[in-house]
Design a protein around this ligand. Structure first.
Ligand code: PGA
Length: 248
């Protein structure tokens, strides 16, 4: 049985003032079947980890470099995130694929480096609107899943997040049938590649998840939780999403 996961992605939002929202989230995070993760900006990881130490909330980063250390001005290593108190790191978010030209191979390398620091990688995949309209969704998802997920991935060290690029921050959400099609496909591919352990990977849906659509999305087969951007910035919204997931 996979535990559910509500993961927040604060993106490039949040200063120390936002930690009050985090404390309010911690109250709702004490759920029976749902793990809660907040991926803060790197500058907040340490303080967020301190602020949530007494709660079940886990803290993650939003990216790490593929190398363990070295001359990479401005980058963050997996060991730095772990040292600051993170247990997870997002790799391959579509905003990084687009803004920083990250390829599947780079994302796989980052994820492997995360494992070496005992971080769980939240590997993101998702098709663009052009790709969906051209009927290429499953091809794109299959290619990204295969290329971005290292051979060393396990259900314990990796979470897959399916985020259609056109649904991120737009208020547009795929139909439940479209979500089910992709999540079932991802599960099949994970089992083909990793055998029984493929059933242990949690597969999250991400893209415009909010309190009003959370319950119906969480009822879809092979949806084990959500990666939430905008709605994770407000404790009342994120707590409602956590409750919907726990009740699903
Ligand atoms: P959104 O972002 O919930 O604001 O659409 C999701 C994400 O990019 O992880």
């Amino acid at each position: 049985m996979r535990r559910k996961l509500a993961a927040g992605n604060w993106k490039m939002n949040g200063t120390a003032a936002q930690l009050a929202e985090l404390s309010a989230m911690a109250e709702a995070a004490d759920t029976n079947q749902t793990d809660v993760l907040i991926c803060t900006p790197a500058t907040l990881v340490h303080r967020a980890a301190d602020a949530t130490a007494a709660s079940p909330i886990a803290i993650g980063g939003q990216d790490c470099h593929a190398n363990a250390s070295g001359a990479h001005t401005g980058d963050i290593s997996a060991s730095m995130l772990a040292d600051a108190g993170a247990s997870h790191v997002i790799t391959g978010h579509s905003e990084r694929r687009v803004d920083h030209g990250e390829t599947d191979a780079v994302i796989a390398a980052k994820s492997e480096t995360a494992y070496s620091e005992t971080l769980t990688a939240v590997i993101c995949i998702g098709e663009s609107l052009e790709e969906r309209e051209a009927g290429q969704t499953l091809d794109v998802i299959g290619t990204q899943l295969q290329g971005s997920t290292p051979g060393a991935a396990t259900g314990a060290n990796t979470v897959i997040a399916y985020e259609p690029v056109w649904a991120i921050g737009t208020g547009k959400v795929p139909t439940l049938e479209q979500i089910a099609e992709v999540h079932d496909f991802i599960r099949t591919k994970l089992v083909e590649r990793f055998g029984d352990d493929g059933n242990a990977f949690r597969v999250l849906y991400g893209g415009s998840v909010k309190p009003s659509n959370a319950s119906e999305i969480f009822a879809v087969s092979n949806v084990d939780g959500a990666l939430v951007g905008g709605a994770s910035l407000k404790a009342s919204d994120f707590n409602a999403i956590i409750s919907a997931l726990d009740a699903a």
